[in-house]
Ligand binder design. Structure first.
Ligand SMILES: Cc1ncc(COP(=O)(O)O)c(C=O)c1O
Length: 380
């Protein structure tokens, strides 16, 4: 581990835990289903290049990103596995799709025509993935139109439909089980209407929730995201440990200074917190510019010397206050864990999501760009 010079706050990303979590996915889907981890949004904030390399070594067979810019970063760093563009591409980006050999998800015929026109019939055809809306209500051709859509796509030179894909709307809660069943049924029905044409097509439906909770949705290739990063898609109904997943992120900072204050001292912006007793208040060099959200005020705890201490007062852009009165060992320079394990204590992304009234996905995606990411084992 190499802390950044001059930076008292960093993220430690455990690549072995990431590989373990991919192994959980592999165990669930078996050998015949391909794993295409979702590494969009900088691999949910953890650093797409390092994460993607580690997942490739651990057995990923392709990757999914949202947009061409994200794919560019991966290709520029030597990732040569298939990259699926989940959110398609706007006019003007066809050149990039072709140059980087990306595999776009297609949900409008115009995009397919643009790509076909540029590719022409001479070159090897570009694999594309046709998205149908089986109930998510967001993007995709209506499932009932699949036959007509396929007829048009098959007539276009330069592109080749690799798979039919759809996305689950409610795979993360027991209440959504019927919706998931209906979505799977609509996908099967739409594909069945293609007759013999269907035999050469792959199918993909499952995200983490589908993969872990609805075995029938696994099909030919899956798109796990959040489970790889150490959180359960079913939280709060389950958690990472119950799913056999390992936490991947640890967020570390250090006490910048400690002040002894008297009872009745108002702390920070808006004087929102007033000490009810004489207190030792630690100053942490981390704030909302780092992704330590203002929502955490009055709710979050940190770990230092293996004990929990509460965040007090408003969180500011670069600084946060913590009441360490009950932790006499805490001193300037003491290590503080905002997320992850310390001693017997543990603060997970799931717990932090509760404090922020959000989901673990958002906790990870909001980890600030200025917080350095360090990886174990060290990157080559
Ligand atoms: C189309 C698509 N597939 C798969 C995923 C991965 O979902 P999860 O992180 O829940 O596994 C996402 C994430 O938003 C997505 O948009």
């Amino acid at each position: 581990m190499r802390p950044s010079p001059g930076r008292p706050t960093w993220l430690e990303i455990d690549l072995n835990a990431l590989a373990h979590n991919l192994g959980v996915a592999r165990q669930q889907v078996g050998a015949d289903c391909a794993l295409y981890p979702v590494v969009k949004a900088d691999a949910y904030g953890l650093g797409a290049v390092a994460v993607t390399r580690a997942l490739r070594t651990a057995g990923a067979q392709g990757f999914c990103v949202a947009m061409a810019e994200e794919a560019h970063k991966l290709r520029a760093n030597g990732i040569d596995l298939p990259i699926v563009l989940l959110s398609g591409f706007i006019p003007g980006l066809e050149h990039q799709v072709i140059a980087m050999e990306l595999e776009p998800v297609i949900f409008d015929l115009e995009a397919a025509r643009r790509l076909s026109q540029l590719r022409g019939s001479a070159a090897p055809a570009i694999p594309v993935h046709v998205k149908i809306d089986t109930g998510m209500g967001r993007v995709g051709f209506p499932a009932r139109d699949l036959c007509a859509v396929m007829a048009q796509l098959d007539a276009l030179p330069g592109i080749r439909v690799d798979s039919i894909v759809s996305h689950l709307a409610w795979s993360d809660e027991a209440a959504g089980a019927e919706t998931t069943r209906q979505q799977l049924h609509r996908l099967h029905q739409a594909i069945a209407q293609l007759g013999p044409r269907a035999t050469s097509l792959r199918r993909s439906l499952a995200n983490s929730g589908g993969l872990l909770g609805h075995p029938a949705t696994r099909l030919d290739w899956v798109r796990p995201g959040i489970m790889l990063y150490g959180a359960s898609p079913f939280y709060p109904h389950s958690n990472f440990a119950a799913e056999g997943l390992r936490p991947v992120v640890r967020w570390v900072t250090h006490i910048l200074s400690i002040r002894q204050v008297t009872a009745g001292t108002a702390l920070g912006y808006g004087h929102e917190f007033v000490t009810p007793r004489a207190a030792r208040i630690a100053l942490l060099p981390v704030g909302y510019a780092d992704g330590y959200a203002r929502m955490l005020k009055g709710r979050a705890q940190i770990l230092t010397h293996g004990q929990r201490a509460p965040v007090v007062g408003r969180i500011s852009m670069d600084l946060t206050l913590v009441d360490v009165t009950d932790i006499p060992a805490a001193k300037t320079g003491s290590r503080v864990t905002l997320l992850g394990a310390e001693g017997d204590g543990f603060i997970g992304v799931e717990e932090m999501a509760d404090w922020m009234e959000t989901i673990p996905y958002e906790v990870l995606c909001r980890l600030g760009a200025r917080v350095p990411r360090h990886y174990t084992p060290d990157l080559p």
